[in-house]
Design a protein around this ligand. Structure first.
Ligand SMILES: NC(=O)c1ccc[n+]([C@@H]2O[C@H](COP(=O)([O-])OP(=O)(O)OC[C@H]3O[C@@H](n4cnc5c(N)ncnc54)[C@H](O)[C@@H]3O)[C@@H](O)[C@H]2O)c1
Length: 323
């Protein structure tokens, strides 16, 4: 069983939830993070924290050896789509070269398993229900760097007999039940923006694009709760370790909610009078993206626990109120 696990980006939103989940299962967690977008307050007290950049090959290798790391969960990276278009070199350096450097640090050590946080942004734009075999043709710089990193991981892991799990996340929302961790950075995050609005005196929820060819005209997304994502990591890690199999897996519920449905659910959760207003379409928004998740379900016998829209909305507002 994986025991000593290094999480890169463990001071971030998703990494902190994975750490919490694994620590509850008595795993020893080591976190490497340069705190560029991460937060000290999200780091679990039971984890050993190193403020290091993943590009620092020498230091990372010594951390891996010293702590007898057997598994890596690699989340460190840059992930804001718009920023990637403005600073493509930064994204290439961090997501592609950073991953390469981290992999080099794993060679000739005890590392046997490598999980990577990839994204639905690697798929071709026009496809709305995707399996892992759907065409990958990322539109954004961010998606391109993630796909490139995937390819490097597959090649390097095969060569060095490391098992890999490439997890393509869809839209991650919500916060841990513990109330201790959640999403801090604003970015361009629907649930974050709506949660912030709901706490205002006069909430305004903007719907960008209301004349798409969907049931209510707004975009449709496959949202997945961060606590389910954390559990997926634990189970996939155990499974690739046990079966000796490497996998690429979509991580989504396979069910879409429209932006208007989400806005209405947020509105239901408050007594204030909420204005839901129409705004023009945004350039680059996809109409509908949904994960076909048969492979994930089969591989880890997965049953989602937090997949009700109401649960995802309440969990996001609860955290927003706290911070
Ligand atoms: N949030 C989502 O909806 C989503 C969806 C798909 C994929 N992902 C992927 O999941 C991963 C984590 O995302 P998140 O939402 O938790 O973001 P986040 O910004 O909260 O976490 C990223 C963490 O990585 C750290 N980091 C960045 N570059 C680093 C470097 N060079 N060295 C060391 N640490 C570094 C940051 O300080 C931060 O703590 C990312 O790789 C992202 O691409 C996220």
């Amino acid at each position: 069983m994986p025991k000593n696990i290094l999480i890169t980006g463990g001071a971030g939103y998703i990494g902190s939830h994975i750490s919490e989940n694994l620590i509850k299962k008595n795993k020893k967690i080591f976190i490497v993070d340069n705190l560029s977008t991460g937060h000290k307050r999200l780091i679990n007290k039971k984890a050993k924290f190193y403020k290091v950049d993943i590009n620092n090959k020498k230091k990372i290798k010594s951390i891996i050896i010293k702590n007898k790391i057997d598994s890596i969960i690699h989340l460190a990276g840059s992930l804001i789509i718009g920023e990637g278009e403005r600073y493509p070199k930064k994204y290439y350096r961090n997501n592609v070269l950073g991953t390469k450097s981290l992999l080099y640090s794993c060679v000739n050590t005890n590392v046997k398993n490598f999980l990577f946080s990839s994204t639905a942004a690697v798929y071709k734009n026009s496809v709305n229900k995707v399996t892992e075999r759907s065409i990958t043709k990322p539109k954004s710089v961010y998606g391109k760097t993630k796909l490139k990193a995937e390819k490097i991981i597959i090649k390097c892991c095969k060569k060095n007999k490391i098992k890999y799990g490439i997890l393509r996340y869809f839209n991650i929302v919500g916060s841990s039940k513990s109330g201790k961790i959640g999403l801090i950075n604003k970015g361009d995050h629907l649930f974050k923006n709506f949660s912030g609005q709901i706490l205002k005196k006069k909430p305004i929820l903007k719907i960008y694009g209301t004349n798409y060819s969907t049931k209510d005209g707004s975009c449709i997304r496959d949202f997945i709760h961060v606590s389910d994502i954390a559990e997926i990591h634990r189970k996939v890690l155990d499974r690739i370790n046990k079966t000796n199999k490497s996998k690429i897996l979509n991580c989504g519920y396979g069910k879409g909610f429209s932006v208007i449905q989400v806005a209405k659910e947020f509105s239901k959760q408050t007594n204030k009078s909420v204005k839901i207003i129409k705004a023009p379409r945004r350039k680059g928004d996809l109409v509908e993206v949904i994960a076909l998740n048969k492979n994930l379900k089969k591989f880890i016998q997965w049953r989602p626990r937090f997949n009700k829209l109401k649960i995802m909305v309440i969990s996001s507002i609860k955290w927003e109120r706290k911070i």
